[in-house]
Design a protein around this ligand. Structure first.
Ligand SMILES: NC(=O)c1ccc[n+]([C@@H]2O[C@H](COP(=O)([O-])OP(=O)(O)OC[C@H]3O[C@@H](n4cnc5c(N)ncnc54)[C@H](O)[C@@H]3O)[C@@H](O)[C@H]2O)c1
Length: 431
């Protein structure tokens, strides 16, 4: 990029805002592309009247100002009132304040929006000029092949949270786009939600609560399906940051713990938790009263819980899935719940998101679903907003990212939790 000006003092002063610098004494020597840009946007060459602010704006464009597309959910009244809801459009992950504090106004142009659906959305319109896209699993901007093809300048996709399946990782590898997330930022938040939802299902909490609200008092109808968790067999598919925390939190409930993961836990951890390792998901599914799913969504796990896998589960068992909606076969689950093979289902993840108003999980029997919020408690938001700022700052200053934050780097999937591939297909449909 070149800074082009005539008044030397001002040009030199403005050089602070630029990476490369060259002085031209007449218009004809200015490269055509830059000439057009400056002429339309910033100064009147013939009068040599420079307006500093305007010029700075134009220079920013020429000197490598990056457009950062930030796709977040609407905060509404709550977002306006509560500045700690950092993950909403109104508070924009604290990025405007961070930019101001670090004097980055001339280097970063933020476009913050919740408008992400379809070709006419603001997100899609801004994509061609975006160097960075920041999105979040709660309101994901799906970066599929077509969008990545459009985003010619895209260098970095940041997940404000954990879980980068909304990016086509295969396409990101091919295009050399770095994919980073704030690993660990909300893992306690999710683990707590999992324990809450396991208890809600096993103890039949939701129908009991509904009775109170409806002015009813029918103990037998609730007790009919209420159990203690103690002595039940509870297994997690994956024992990464979240899965392990779930196991740790469940230990004091005196349950029989099980897990399957591609990578086995240390023997000392297994011993401490008294947890049984299974060599595959099938083996775990057959023996557990409760299965909780805590693996990422990638080609290996997409629709992992299909009709066949669900049929292997014990009759009357429960599933809690806070990992990703697409790990389940949507309709196979509904069928299994309706036929009473699965006693209850809970979680907070859907596909695509936001979930359609008529998504069948909303109305299926015996569920305890929530919208996707387990990983976006106020505590978690503070952590992932700080993480996003750190990743963006490192990228801007050409500094290395924390290793654990990187999912795709230099054309490769570098996180062992993912495989190269695409899990974004069908996001525009209702499945
Ligand atoms: N609901 C939410 O708000 C929320 C928040 C955070 C994370 N999540 C989801 O939870 C997932 C896990 O998060 P984490 O922090 O524990 O990640 P992590 O990287 O610490 O752990 C993931 C684990 O999954 C295992 N795994 C990967 N593929 C597997 C497979 N095919 N079979 C079995 N195990 C496999 C990995 O070996 C790893 O141990 C995220 O990827 C995300 O999808 C949801």
């Amino acid at each position: 990029h070149y800074l082009i000006g005539i008044n030397t003092d001002l040009t030199l002063e403005s050089a602070n805002y630029c990476t490369n610098f060259s002085i031209h004494r007449d218009l004809s020597s200015i490269p055509r592309q830059c000439h057009r840009h400056l002429h339309c946007g910033s100064y009147n060459c013939e009068e040599q009247s420079f307006r500093c602010v305007k010029i700075r704006e134009a220079l920013c464009c020429l000197s490598g100002q990056h457009t950062v597309l930030v796709v977040l959910y609407e905060g509404g009244e709550a977002g306006k009132k509560n500045k700690k809801i950092l993950g909403c459009v109104e508070n924009a992950l604290g990025l405007p304040e961070w930019i101001k504090k670090n004097k980055l106004e001339n280097r970063l142009k933020l476009v913050v929006t919740s408008d992400k659906q379809g070709e006419n959305s603001l997100a899609e319109k801004v994509l061609p000029e975006a160097s960075v896209v920041i999105s979040q699993p709660f309101w994901p901007c799906y970066l599929d092949q077509a969008r990545i093809d459009k985003a010619k300048k895209l260098k970095l996709a940041i997940t404000a949270g954990v879980g980068s399946d909304h990016v086509n990782l295969e396409a990101a590898c091919k295009r050399g786009i770095t994919v980073a997330e704030v690993s660990g930022s909300n893992v306690v938040s999710v683990a707590e939600h999992v324990v809450m939802q396991i208890l809600a299902l096993v103890r039949n909490f939701i129908p009991a609560y509904k009775q109170v609200v409806n002015g009813e008092w029918d103990i037998a109808r609730i007790a009919d399906k209420a159990y203690d968790l103690e002595n039940k067999h509870v297994g997690t598919v994956a024992a990464g940051r979240i899965g392990l925390r779930v196991l740790q939190r469940l230990k004091p409930f005196n349950v029989h713990l099980h897990y399957y993961d591609k990578f086995r836990l240390d023997k000392s951890i297994e011993k401490d938790l008294n947890v049984t390792y299974h060599p595959n998901v099938e083996s775990l599914a057959k023996v557990c009263d409760v299965v909780t799913i805590n693996c990422p969504l990638h080609p290996e796990t997409e629709h992992l819980f299909d009709k066949k896998m669900i049929s292997l589960m014990k009759k009357g068992s429960y599933i809690v899935n806070t990992a990703r909606g697409k790990i389940m076969d949507r309709d196979a689950l509904v069928e299994a719940v309706k036929s009473n093979h699965i006693e209850g289902y809970a979680g907070d993840v859907w596909y695509p998101q936001p979930a359609a108003k008529d998504h069948p999980w909303r109305s299926m029997p015996r569920h305890a679903m929530t919208p996707h919020y387990s990983g976006t408690t106020l505590d978690a938001q503070a952590r992932y907003a700080a993480g996003v700022q750190e990743i963006l700052g490192n990228w801007l200053n050409n500094q290395a990212q924390r290793e654990e934050y990187l999912i795709v780097d230099q054309g490769k999937v570098v996180s062992r939790a993912y495989t190269e591939g695409d899990a974004t297909k069908g996001h525009a449909s209702n499945k």
